[in-house]
Design a protein around this ligand. Sequence first.
Ligand code: GDP
Length: 140
Amino acid sequence: MATERTFSIIKPDATRRNITGAITKMLEDAGLRVVASRRIRMTREQAEGFYAVHRERPFFNDLCAFMTSGPVVVQVLEGDDAVVRNREVMGATNPADADEGTIRKTYAESIEANSVHGSDSPENAQVEIDFFFKPDEIVG
Ligand code: GDP
């Protein structure tokens, strides 16, 4: 197994309910290490840029409005097979489909307000990490 990095966001539904620590504990318990973390209020421009691949999807405007509706915590996670490991502990996009014990099954409010984002490939992880962090802000 290769040590790799992935990118995570704790979304506004979770910061609103003060469960960033509880979610981070689930990430850590899954073998992921937080090597960078920053709480920010995403701008509309950042949200549209970050989710550009979804620009044509019907939920794009709602998604950008949601992601800018409150603070988020952007994080870089490190560990063996971090991308897959993070996707496993996150659970399915729709909490109704998520497995027991996953973050989304435990905490998500809806398919949109689903508490966490996680990169879906190592290539996208690098792009997403670079979107929010400078190299010297990541301390492994
Ligand atoms: P993810 O990789 O599991 O986060 O899922 P996607 O990349 O497909 O979607 C990105 C984000 O858009 C999801 O995490 C949700 O916040 C949101 N989203 C996805 N599908 C829907 C949908 O059908 N309706 C709404 N309102 N939001 C959605």
